[in-house]
Design a protein around this ligand. Sequence first.
Ligand SMILES: [Zn+2]
Length: 228
Amino acid sequence: MITGKKVLLGNSKRKKPVTSKNEEIQNRTSKVSTSKHEPAKVDHARIEKAVREILIAVGEDPDREGLLETPARVARMYAEIFSGLHKDPRIHLKRVFTENYDEIVLVRDIEFHSMCEHHLLPFTGKAHVGYLPNGKVVGLSKLARVVDEVARRPQVQERMTETIANMVEQELGARGVVVLIESSHSCMTMRGIRKSGASCTTSAMRGIFRENLSSRAEILGLILNQNR
Ligand SMILES: [Zn+2]
């Protein structure tokens, strides 16, 4: 039985990168990767070219006034929303503190925005990340950073959930980890079956939360029953 749990509310906020006009022009210079295994830094010129092609392919005129800047804008946007491809979120879990605290640590309601890799449409929602420490704790904002960086890649929600749980388990050596993600997928709401309001929940349990039913019920209760 776990008692004296600590529930902390999370809220991830991002600063919008500021880009000067000069940087914008520099960013358009094409840099093609030479290796298939090393992820290329974002190739803005290539995205611009591709977006222009898509506009033509759907029957638009990419040279009309309203669309002139669109390819460059989309390239900058993709660089931002896929920036997680060039980061290792584990870095945020490397700086740990030795603590005797051995009760649940739970960060709820970490807002995230990701892109479904099947349709390249956004899915957004909230992630809840909890763990039972084994002598090591991490700064609470770091869990939100991990969620944020894992989200900023072409994703499926199931893999995103597993990835976060694995990272927390491995880096913190936690006795238990739970990750629960609730989200709404644009590919379900604006196309296909067009079910607005449908939400998708995925969860990943590790350690004691997987093995022990009462521990699992306790943490799920903490995640799901508060403020609802
Ligand atoms: Zn999709």
